[in-house]
Design a protein around this ligand. Sequence first.
Ligand code: IMP
Ligand code: MG
Length: 181
Amino acid sequence: MNKDIELVLFSEEKLHSVVQELGRQITADYQGRNLLLLSILKGSVVFMTDLMRQIDLPCELDFMAVSSYGNGVKASGTVRILKDLDRDIRGYDVLIVEDILDSGMTLNYLMDLLYARNPNSIRICTLFDKPERRKVDIYPDYKGLEVPDEFIVGYGLDYAEKYRNLPYVGVLKREVYENKE
Ligand code: IMP
Ligand code: MG
């Protein structure tokens, strides 16, 4: 797998310290709140499992799965819900945990959908942010690292469902894409 990586952008140690700092901020901000961590499957699972252990507060955990855009972004920005939450979010302070904020279309749609269910609050925590790629007005409340407009994999992030298990984050070699197309 490592042979497919052009460049390691963030080491395991770097990711650990970034996640630790996010956990510290969230712990400070959510004192006395009813925190529900909402992981968007599947990309955010590695981040989520590390982040939750850096949050020193009572909190709960839930998951949603949404369709990816497949071949290109749908003009409507509509996202298909593949797995919904298990609970009513009224009374919860929902913190959406995402791997990467790219066009922002997925979270924009999800935020509208979740707001309609009347939680106490909703915020976004993303490990990576590609601000240059944004197509809608959406800003993360917590963000780990800004990344350039390159396709990255590892630490939960995939290319064609592979590479999620890399402990670091890297840029894929071009030939990996080119061979597949
Ligand atoms: P958005 O709706 O365009 O913001 O889509 C965000 C989703 O696209 C993320 O949750 C990822 O699943 C995927 N994505 C965007 N950029 C990358 C990348 O560089 N590597 C892997 N997945 C990515
Ligand atoms: Mg994702």
